[in-house]
Design a protein. Structure first.
Length: 136
């Protein structure tokens, strides 16, 4: 049996954020390997560049903003449009969407599963005694 890797790649390579439609592309393998190798710097850093162990939302967001353009198809001035979108003061793109976009693009390009984990209902814990009663 022949495996056709090209057919396994997503055919729809578009995403929308902040009302703008973009095309994404697979980065060159070397660039993707660099992204894998980089540690996610999400700690606050002092003036000497030393991390202090505290999570930084600003650093986390800047990390995503710096790397998203690697995935953008350069057609239609996408890099310029993306910078303009992020600099907008009226109707700004929420921080969490920027970070989620980077993670989604990384997962798509890396061939990682992007489905949310299947599983259990939220909460409850041991408060549901029906399973205990049925198994006694």
């Amino acid at each position: 049996m022949q495996r056709e890797f090209s057919k396994e790649q997503p055919q729809d390579r578009q995403f929308e954020i902040g009302g703008e439609l973009f095309q994404w592309q697979y980065p060159h393998w070397e660039k993707m390997a660099e992204l894998w190798d980089e540690a996610e710097v999400t700690e606050q850093v002092d003036e000497n560049g030393n991390a202090n162990g505290q999570f930084s939302f600003k650093t986390d967001t800047e990390f995503a903003i710096k790397r998203i353009p690697v995935f953008l198809d350069p057609a239609n001035d996408s890099h310029k449009r993306f910078r303009t979108l992020l600099s907008r003061k009226a109707d700004p793109v929420p921080r969490h969407q920027i970070v989620q976009l980077y993670r989604w693009l990384f997962q798509q390009a890396a061939g990682l599963p992007t489905n949310p984990p299947s599983g259990s209902e939220p909460g409850g814990g041991d408060s549901d005694t029906s399973s205990q009663e049925g198994s006694s």
